[in-house]
Design a protein. Structure first.
Length: 207
């Protein structure tokens, strides 16, 4: 839909998402949002009450877009969808990156959602006999999300580390086999490190 076809409320929301993502919440003022949306600052306040009220609407909108797409595609396929249609996700991903950096309520809700999704995927995999059980399913889900979020929050640096100009299909192809090797076979040749860490944790829990 063209920007001109959107309602004033939607234009304000979309402009705020762009500016909050680019400049941060504290550095973005209502006048700048109004100018980007082609409306008056008074109209922004009329529709949203305050900048905080507008941010709450933006948080809810971005969270719904990303989580609904994650539910539809599956968390593991969300990155592939993003790479196939980056413009369709660009503003939401940039907004969430900023939210993660600022530790906003939207970021907390987003992370909680995708951790839950990752935990459910692992539980289903264990039940199907396709995945090994973990001593701590929740922590394992957090670890998997940590890896996934790195591809969204620092893609240029990761791409350059592999000699590519952008984080695209070539980078994903390069990462696919080593990732599956790690998840399928593990990294260490014996359980020395695991036994050491387990013993240390048990000792700390008893002290």
């Amino acid at each position: 839909m063209r920007t001109a076809d959107l309602t004033a409320t939607a234009r304000i929301r979309n402009a705020a998402i762009e500016l909050f993502a680019r400049d941060g919440f504290q550095k973005t003022n209502v006048r700048a949002i109004a100018a980007a949306a082609g409306v008056s600052a008074a109209l922004v306040i009329h529709h949203f009450g305050s900048k905080d009220g507008l941010r709450a609407v933006c948080d809810e909108f971005v969270l719904e877009v990303l989580t609904s797409r994650a539910r539809a595609a599956g968390t593991s396929d969300l990155l592939g969808e993003y790479l196939a249609d980056p413009d369709g996700y660009r503003s939401q991903i940039q907004y969430m990156n900023r939210a993660l950096a600022e530790d906003s309520p939207a970021a907390q809700s987003f992370v909680e959602h995708i951790v839950g999704e990752a935990e459910a995927v692992h539980q289903a995999g264990v039940a199907a006999g396709a995945m090994r059980e973990s001593s701590d399913r929740r922590a394992l889900a957090v670890l998997n999300v940590l890896v996934s979020l790195a591809t969204l929050t620092m893609p240029p640096a990761l791409a350059r580390a592999l000699g590519q100009d952008e984080f695209g299909p070539a980078v994903l192809r390069r990462l696919a086999v080593p990732t599956l090797e790690l998840y399928t076979y593990g990294l260490y040749t014996d359980d020395t490190a695991l036994r050491t860490a387990t013993a240390a944790n048990e000792e700390l829990s008893q002290s």
